[in-house]
Design a protein around this ligand. Structure first.
Ligand code: NDP
Length: 501
C-alpha cells in the first residue's frame, strides 16, 4: 500500500473516496458539490475526438529507415547521406472508408503512411498499398469518398453509388481492378507493399532534379485473403490486422520492407507516353526499374494508442531539403487538405503533439498561442520577424529549391479525361494475373455489382471490356448479362465505341 500512488483530481488534490458519490441520505439525491463525480464524468464525456474523415481505422508502430545504397547523386536530403544511416520512423496503416471501429479485413485500399524524423525536420511519405488511385484530380475527392461512405438516407454502404461513380469515372478502372483482385484484402498490414503513388522530386547538391516514385516491398511476402476468408476473419476478429502488427512486434518478429525508388530524369517527363504525374498510372518497371536504397523496419509498439496512433497527423506537405513536390494534381490538392483536416480534428497546435513534432531537431518559429499550447509557447522570446533580438531567421540556402523549375501554360480548367488512356495499363494488369486470380477478380466484382441497376452494370462492363475483352465478358457472364448486350448499348447510346480487345 505504501508505494502506491495517491489518486488526485486534475488539480492534484488528493481524492478521499472514488467509490461513492456525495448524496443526501443513502438513497440520494446527489449534491452538485461532488466535484470528483462531475470532473470524472465531464472528462469522460469529452474523450472522443472527431475520427478521420478517411483512414479512420488504423494501427501504427515506430521503427527506422536504414540506408543501404548510395543515392546521393540524385538527392542531397541528409537522411540519404550515407550507407548505414538510420532515421527514426513512425508508420500508420489503415483502411480508408470504414469508421474507427470498422473491420480490418474490409475490401479497401490500405493507407501506408510514413513519418521520418530527420535532422532537417519531418519528412512524411503518405501513401497507400496501391501504386495508383481512383481519381487524378483532387476536385473529385469529396464526391468519390461519399460513394464509399454511408448512404444519406439508409446509413448503409451503397454499391449503387460506388458503381455509378466508378462507371462515370473511367480513370478509376485501374484502381478498381487492384481493389477487387486479391490485393484488395491483404492478410494483414505486414504482408503488403507500400507506395508513394505520387511522383515527388529528388534534388541533388548541384540543384539537379529527378522525378521519383517510392515503392516499399514487403519482406514478409505478399499474402492476401480470398473474399470468403476475409469475410470469415472480419467476423471472427474485426481487429485482426491491428492485433497481428502489435503481436509480431511484441514478440520481436519485426516487419521489414525493401525501400526502393523509380527515378525518371526530368527531361523524360516532357515526352513520356503517359503523363508521369497522373495518379491513375504507374511507370512501367521496364522503363523505370526499381532502385533499392534502404530497409524500413518496425521494432517498437507505441506505449499509448491514443497518444501516438490516434493523434498522428501525416501530411505530404512535410518535406525536407533535397525533396520536392511534383505537378500531380492530386498531390497538389493533398498538400492543402492534410494540414487543413488536422487543424480541424486535432486543433491548431497539432504539430506540437509528441508523435507529430520533430524528434531529431527542434521546430523554431513564430507560431504562438491557440488552443492547448503547452510547449512553452516561445516563453519570453521575441514573437515577430525580422527582429534584433536573436529570433530564428530564414536559411537562404534552402530557398524555394522545391519549386525552381519552369512551368508555363494557360490558366484553365483542363478536362483531365480528354485524350487519356484509362485502359492499356488495366489490360496489362489483368493479363499478368494468373487465370485463377482473374477468376477470383471477376467473381469479386460480380458479387459487389449484383444489386446495382442494369444500366450501371453495363456501363461499367464496357470499361472492363475495353481494358481486355475477356475481362469484360467474364464480368458480364458472372452477372448473367449476354456479352453482346454491351456492344448493343454502346451503339444505341452512341457515346463510346463498342468494346474491343
Ligand atoms: P511488371 O511485370 O514489371 O510489374 C507488375 C507489377 O504488378 C509488380 O509490381 C507486381 O507487384 C504487381 N502486381 C501483381 N499483381 C498485382 C495486383 N493484383 N494488384 C496490383 N499489383 C499487382 O509490369 P509493369 O511495370 O509493366 O506493370 C504492368 C502492370 O502492373 C501495370 O499496368 C500495373 O497495373 C501493375 N503494377 C505496376 C507497378 C509499377 O510501378 N510499374 C506497380 C504495381 C502494379 P510485386 O512485384 O510486388 O508482386
Amino acid at each position: 500500500m505504501a508505494d502506491r500512488k495517491r489518486l488526485t483530481t486534475s488539480a492534484g488534490a488528493p481524492v478521499g473516496d472514488n467509490q461513492n458519490s456525495l448524496s443526501v441520505g443513502p438513497r440520494g439525491p446527489l449534491l452538485l458539490e461532488d466535484l470528483q463525480l462531475i470532473e470524472k464524468n465531464a472528462q469522460f464525456n469529452r474523450e472522443r475526438i472527431p475520427e478521420r474523415v478517411v483512414h479512420a481505422k488504423g494501427a501504427g508502430a515506430y521503427g527506422y529507415l536504414e540506408i543501404t545504397a548510395d543515392v546521393t547523386r540524385y538527392t542531397k536530403a541528409r537522411l540519404f547521406s550515407e550507407i548505414g544511416k538510420r532515421t527514426e520512423a513512425f508508420l500508420r496503416f489503415s483502411t480508408v472508408a470504414g469508421e474507427r471501429g470498422s473491420i480490418d479485413a474490409a475490401r479497401d485500399p490500405r493507407g501506408f503512411a510514413i513519418k521520418l524524423y530527420t535532422e532537417d525536420g519531418n519528412y512524411d511519405i503518405v501513401g497507400n498499398n496501391t501504386p495508383i488511385f481512383f481519381i487524378r484530380d483532387g476536385i473529385k475527392f469529396p464526391d468519390f469518398i461519399r460513394t464509399q461512405k454511408r448512404d444519406p438516407q439508409t446509413n448503409l454502404k451503397n454499391p449503387t453509388a460506388m458503381w455509378d461513380f466508378w462507371s462515370l469515372s473511367p480513370e478509376s478502372l485501374h484502381q478498381v481492378t487492384i481493389l477487387f483482385s486479391d490485393r484488395g484484402t491483404p492478410r494483414s498490414h505486414r504482408y503488403m507493399n507500400g507506395y508513394s503513388s505520387h511522383a515527388y522530386s529528388w534534388i541533388n547538391s548541384e540543384g539537379e532534379r529527378f522525378w521519383v516514385k517510392y515503392h516499399f516491398k514487403t519482406k514478409q511476402g505478399i499474402k492476401n485473403f480470398t473474399r470468403e476468408e476475409a469475410i470469415k476473419v472480419g467476423g471472427d476478429d474485426p481487429d485482426h490486422a491491428t492485433r497481428d502488427l502489435y503481436e509480431a512486434i511484441a514478440r520481436g518478429d519485426f516487419p521489414r520492407w525493401r525501400a526502393c525508388v523509380q527515378i525518371m530524369p526530368m527531361k523524360d517527363a516532357e515526352n513520356y507516353h503517359v503523363n508521369p504525374f497522373d495518379l491513375t498510372k504507374v511507370w512501367p518497371h521496364g522503363d523505370y526499374p526499381l532502385v533499392e536504397f534502404g530497409e524500413l523496419v518496425l521494432d517498437r509498439n507505441p506505449e499509448n494508442y491514443f497518444q501516438d496512433v490516434e493523434q498522428a497527423a501525416f501530411e505530404p506537405s512535410n518535406i525536407v531539403p533535397g525533396i520536392g513536390f511534383s505537378p500531380d494534381k492530386m498531390l497538389q490538392a493533398r498538400l492543402f487538405a492534410y494540414p487543413d483536416t488536422h487543424r480541424y480534428r486535432l486543433g491548431a497546435n497539432y504539430a506540437t503533439l509528441p508523435v507529430n513534432s520533430p524528434h531529431a531537431t527542434e521546430s523554431q518559429n513564430y507560431h504562438r498561442d491557440g488552443f492547448m499550447r503547452f510547449d512553452g509557447n516561445g516563453g519570453p522570446s521575441v514573437n515577430y520577424e525580422p527582429n534584433s533580438f536573436g529570433g530564428p531567421f530564414e536559411d537562404s540556402s534552402v530557398k524555394e529549391e522545391a519549386y525552381n523549375f519552369e512551368i508555363d501554360g494557360m490558366a484553365a480548367r483542363y478536362n483531365h479525361r480528354e485524350g487519356n488512356d484509362d485502359y492499356t495499363q488495366v489490360g496489362n494488369l489483368f493479363r499478368l494475373l494468373t487465370p485463377d486470380h482473374q477468376e477470383r477478380l471477376i467473381d469479386n466484382l460480380a458479387d459487389s455489382m449484383q444489386t446495382v441497376p442494369h444500366e450501371i452494370q453495363v456501363r461499367q462492363i464496357r470499361h472492363f471490356a475495353r481494358a481486355d475483352r475477356r475481362y469484360g465478358e467474364g464480368v458480364a457472364r458472372a452477372l448473367g448479362i449476354d456479352p453482346s448486350e454491351i456492344a448493343e448499348i454502346a451503339e444505341t447510346e452512341g457515346a463510346e465505341a463498342a468494346p474491343t480487345a
